[in-house]
Design a protein. Structure first.
Ligand code: NI
Length: 284
């Protein structure tokens, strides 16, 4: 029981009065009636908007890029390995590509499946998912996987103005370089939609694919693997999505099956791209 100053004074005077009149008056003080100081600021803040969950945004909503500082130490890329020196005109090469990440749950699983077999993949990233998954992006680069640009918010580029196209691509380049990795050397348009405006306003090679296993429609990893393996051919760029757990579950088997017959390389390796490369590439 806590007593405030006036209660204590009241008890003292009551004791004196009790001695005088022959009995002691002990006031019963209900703790609940003692004024308890309330920190209005903190209780207000506890119920403030800042603590309420933000409204669910639809997939691919355009959220302004945050101002981020690059890390002080840039990550080191994987050392040059033999497949970087492979001539994909002479050898049977395949590029496994993964769109729409990074996804914190599924993308690292795919990266690990590739790294375990010492092969490389290509990830086309959504710009507005990069800052919150910066460690994943750095690890991609360290693993030797290729980091590609898949726009900021995945709109239909056929409906964008030239300034919107440049903003979608430029904001994504900036978000990726802000994680400390080099600017992506390749761009993949959302939905594979190509337009003259893209050629005119995007100064990166535009990469689509020549094998589409429609992994997003499958719910059985074995079926995804079967379709990818059946579609494999020299020079293939295979479209998949690292946001799908079914695909993540399929990658180990895909890699184990293809690796004896193909070099699994990045898109830039497959196409032998250089910094001067420009135009549309669907495979080789
Ligand atoms: Ni996409």
């Amino acid at each position: 029981m806590r007593l405030d100053r006036s209660s204590r004074r009241y008890i003292r005077s009551s004791v004196v009065a009790g001695l005088v009149i022959g009995f002691t008056l002990i006031p019963v003080v209900n703790a609940g009636t003692i004024p308890i100081s309330v920190d209005h600021d903190s209780s207000e803040h506890n119920s403030s908007l800042a603590d309420k969950p933000t409204a669910q945004l639809p997939d691919f909503a355009y959220i302004q890029p945050p101002k981020t500082e690059p890390p002080r130490e840039a990550p080191k890329p994987a050392p040059v390995q033999h497949e970087q020196l492979v001539d994909c005109q002479a050898s049977a090469c395949i590029a496994l590509t993964f769109d729409d990440g990074p996804d914190p749950a599924t993308t690292p699983r795919i990266m690990a499946a590739l790294a375990n077999e010492h092969v490389r993949g290509t990830f086309f990233l959504i710009g507005n998912r990069v800052a919150s998954n910066a460690n994943i992006v750095r690890q991609m680069y360290v693993n030797g996987d290729e980091v590609g640009n898949h726009s900021w918010s995945h709109p239909d580029f056929g409906k964008l103005t030239p300034p919107q196209i440049e903003q979608q691509v430029g904001d994504t380049q900036n978000a990726i370089t802000a994680t400390g990795v080099p600017p992506p050397p390749i761009f993949r348009p959302p939905y594979g939609i190509k337009s003259q405006a893209e050629y005119d306003h995007i100064h990166l090679p535009i990469i689509t694919w020549n094998v589409d296993p429609r992994d997003w429609a499958e719910h059985d990893p074995n079926r995804v693997a079967d379709i990818v393996i059946a579609g494999a051919k020299p020079g293939a760029i295979i479209l998949m999505h690292d946001t799908k757990s079914t695909t993540a579950d399929a990658v180990s088997r895909i890699v184990a099956t293809l690796k004896p017959n193909y070099k699994l390389v990045t898109v830039s390796q497959l196409l032998n791209l250089t910094p001067d490369s420009h135009g549309l590439f669907i495979g080789r």
